[in-house]
Write a protein that binds this ligand. Structure first.
Ligand SMILES: Nc1nc2c(c(=O)[nH]1)N[C@H]1C(S)=C(S)[C@@H](COP(=O)(O)O)O[C@H]1N2
Ligand SMILES: [Mo]
Length: 526
């Protein structure tokens, strides 16, 4: 057997690929388990999953018109927090899981681009890209040979089945993962409207199948390396064939007095590499659980501006509307239970007002009648929760632009903060948190960009599916915008504030969920 010699860049990217894949697997698993159900249709109707995990099953029947009801569940109750051994960061932390996933995805993509670039500039591509159809019957032969627990003979220990598999992973599976990842963005749905063109559940499902395929590949790959002779194969990819020479071997000689054998140096470097990847996995979980805010700031440095860039041009699409809406709509965020809200509820929200203030020329206050007098707008949009579930609903209400015109914000205003009467009691003593940080405002709020608030389909809704807005969905008013994630669409809104930035609000991250749960502040587009 002729020993192969892999170029240095291939050996290095091999390690980086391993590093990023482990990161992506673990953080991806965290994201998946925040809604461990997979569907083909964007209604994400309970009971229509093709795959589900965990026992967090909920009935579809509950009263959305009551404040206090133990039967009323939020989609957050469906989260099945995985162990930190298999997920990053582990526990109930989809916000941080996403930060790691996007960070990992960027690193992995850059590593992949470098690898593919090097493949084609060095001629190494010929090792991967099949040039004859004969590869298919050959690969089939190889498979049959493996199935008999024998090793097929190929050129330089490299056979057609391996070539075909590597080719598929690099040129089919990887692009599919990138595409189905990005296409889950609500920003893209708004842009490429239609039921099936950018079906989030379809992309989520395919992304999951790709995740399984990657795992099968990884384990299969390691198993075959072992079958071919683990350490001799490892030597080829870690240091190259023959007796080791060069700086590493010289360093070894300086420390230990004798020159290393290929086997010794390979074992040492492999342990080191696996050790680094393993320690980093442990470190990432530890640092995230210990200091999520600081970890978030670090992970955002390059990724957040990049996400903003990626999606900033992919905003509102004023094309054909979807007509139908889903039979069932999940709820996230349970109705407020404070006395003020209860009182409004008793009085059919008649005295509820919406205050418009901040850096504006005219501070305003709107009564129920005044809001009903403004021109009403209706449309169907898809709701995309950060957890992964979706539904279509028809909303009726007042365009935010109507408020903007009347209050006339100052020139330097960039953000619109939607304040609510929601005290988030689920996250107090009764919830997963002992207590929410003092710095976080008493009530739920979220900031959206002024240009987003101006879009034609950004409305303050008071109707849903041709009826009054149900209590659970935000009665009497909730924000609806196109192309962002659900958590931005505050429910039970009573104040609209125009600001230059949100640094002085709460922990300065742009919203209650950004402050408390480390969601992305600026890019709620994916
Ligand atoms: N006041 C308030 N608004 C909120 C939330 C909340 O907890 N409190 N949750 C958000 C999240 S995470 C989602 S997905 C949507 C859910 O909207 P729905 O319950 O109408 O489906 O509301 C958003 N608005
Ligand atoms: Mo959400």
């Amino acid at each position: 057997m002729v020993a192969e010699s892999f170029p240095w860049w291939l050996r290095i990217t091999h390690w980086f690929n391993f590093f990023f894949l482990i990161l992506l697997f673990r953080s991806g698993y965290e994201i998946l388990m925040s809604h461990p159900k997979l569907y083909w249709h964007d209604d994400a109707e309970p009971g229509t999953e093709w795959l589900r995990a965990g026992d967090r099953e909920r009935s579809t029947e509950f009263d959305k018109e009551v404040i206090e009801d133990d039967e009323l569940w939020a989609a957050e109750d469906e989260i099945d927090p995985p162990s930190a051994l298999v997920s990053l960061p582990g526990r109930d932390a989809i916000g941080m899981g996403r930060h790691w996933h996007f960070w990992g995805a960027l690193g992995w993509t850059l590593c992949g681009l470098f690898y593919v670039g090097a493949l084609f500039t060095t001629g190494e591509w010929a090792r991967l890209v099949p040039t004859s159809l004969a590869i298919f019957p050959e690969a089939w032969d190889n498979l049959l040979t493996y199935l008999q627990f024998r090793i097929p003979h190929g050129d330089g220990g490299y056979n057609a089945l391996q070539q075909l598999t590597y080719f598929s992973v690099v040129f089919i599976l990887s692009p599919v993962m990138i595409l189905t990842g990005i296409l889950q963005a609500p920003a893209f749905r708004a842009h490429l409207q239609g039921w099936f063109s950018v079906n989030r559940q379809f992309n989520r499902s395919v992304h999951f199948i790709g995740f399984v395929a990657f795992n099968v590949f990884l384990f299969g790959h390691v198993a075959l390396v072992a079958a071919h002779g683990f350490w001799s194969e490892m030597q080829l990819i870690v240091i190259g064939p023959g007796e080791p020479t060069g700086a590493l071997a010289a360093g070894w000689t300086a420390i230990f007095g004798t020159a290393p054998t290929g086997y010794e140096l390979t074992v040492a470097l492999t342990l080191l590499g696996v050790g680094i990847v393993g320690s980093f996995a442990g470190f990432a979980t530890w640092v995230t659980l210990r200091d999520p805010d600081r970890t978030q700031n670090w992970l955002e440095i390059v990724v957040d501006p990049l996400l903003h860039r990626l999606f900033t041009h992919v905003t509102f699409y004023d094309g054909d509307d979807v007509e139908e809406y889903s039979d069932f709509a999940r709820v996230n965020g349970k109705p407020p239970r404070n006395d003020a809200y209860r009182e409004h509820f008793e009085h059919d929200f008649e005295d509820w007002t919406v205050t418009v203030d901040g850096e504006v020329e005219h501070e305003l206050e709107f009564s129920t009648e005044e809001i009903r007098e403004l021109a009403k707008q209706e449309h169907v949009t898809r709701h995309d929760c950060i957890q992964g579930w979706t539904y279509y609903a028809k909303w009726g209400g007042v365009p935010i632009s109507a408020f903007i015109e009347r209050c006339n914000p100052d020139d330097d205003v960039e953000w619109v903060v939607f304040w609510t009467l929601d005290e988030k009691w689920e996250y107090s003593e009764d919830g997963p948190f002992e207590e929410v940080d003092d710095a976080v405002p008493e009530f739920y709020y979220e900031a959206i960009r002024l240009e987003k608030a101006r879009e034609p389909r950004s409305i303050l809704a008071y109707e849903m599916n041709d009826g009054d807005l149900p209590v659970a969905h935000g009665a009497p008013y909730r924000l609806r915008i196109e192309s962002q994630l659900g958590y931005k669409m505050a429910k039970w809104v009573n104040r609209i504030e125009f600001v230059e930035d949100f640094e002085d609000i709460g922990k300065g991250k742009g919203g209650w969920r950004d402050d408390v749960l480390n969601y992305y502040p600026n890019s709620a587009d994916i």
